[in-house]
Write a protein that binds this ligand. Sequence first.
Ligand code: COA
Length: 276
Amino acid sequence: MSNEIHQEPSTELILTEVQADGVAIITLNNGKVNALSVELLNELQQAATALSLDASIRAVVITGNGRAFAAGADITQFAQGTPEGEFGLSSPERITQIGTAFLGALNAVAALPCPSIAAVSGVALGGGCELALACDFRLASGSARFGQPEILLGIIPGGGGTQRLSRLVGSSVAKELIFSGRMILADEALRIGLVNRIVEPDQVLAEATAWAQSLAAGPQHALRLAKSAIDQGLEGSLEDGLLLEQNLFVESFTTPDAAVGVQSFLSDGPGHANFA
Ligand code: COA
């Protein structure tokens, strides 16, 4: 299959590129550290929602332009000057708007039906770490740094950090990171299960794209059902999760993937199915 790239109509803050093999690459494009402003988050929500609705998209990579994945919420939006030129925190209404933008964008990323990979170079801090957590996988440069430093600003995470980080690495490790606000390097992130793979700094996007391409060549219907079973199952009790899995297991037999995969196994043995 040719792998031409076409640029989706994109805005300044989010660039979306779709390859012919069904891999989409979302690039955060906001200044020195890709601060996650309300404007960027709104555009990210739109981009992720559009990709969710596009049945030809089979895997998504999210990455950052420049030296950072993302340094978190745009801290300049947390404060506003008074008419007298004094410091003032933003109003509760403005902070609610920021929180709502995070919830909308990161939930839209988490709701991508196909596999998603955060390709992390530089820092993934605060909302940047939370965005990476909304993806299925995190692939990082050996020099990448992760953390939830909100506590150092006297606030707490507002983009899912207390929830998604705890579910991924366990509540005790999550509390240690969130209560201290300390940054960790990629090797520690790998050890605690926050990162899946570490690669050479100049290979981050290439390796993430190659991983996405191998997922895109897989059984897309089965992958979507498996993602759904895991993500939705974790939201409820074990009993409910097992029932959900049972229903989706049965549903998987109604997709073309099952016909291709089972027939291929019975005629050619394991590992020969072509799901393209
Ligand atoms: N929001 C807005 N601007 C930010 C930012 C953020 N989250 N993080 C960094 N910046 C800006 C800095 O103000 C600086 O701007 P300037 O060049 O106009 O002065 C620029 O990005 C570069 O940051 P700087 O601190 O000079 O670079 P550095 O390489 O020494 O450190 C970071 C980079 C990301 C480690 C550091 O800036 C940092 O810790 N940022 C805050 C992270 C954070 O607390 N995120 C959670 C937010 S809730």
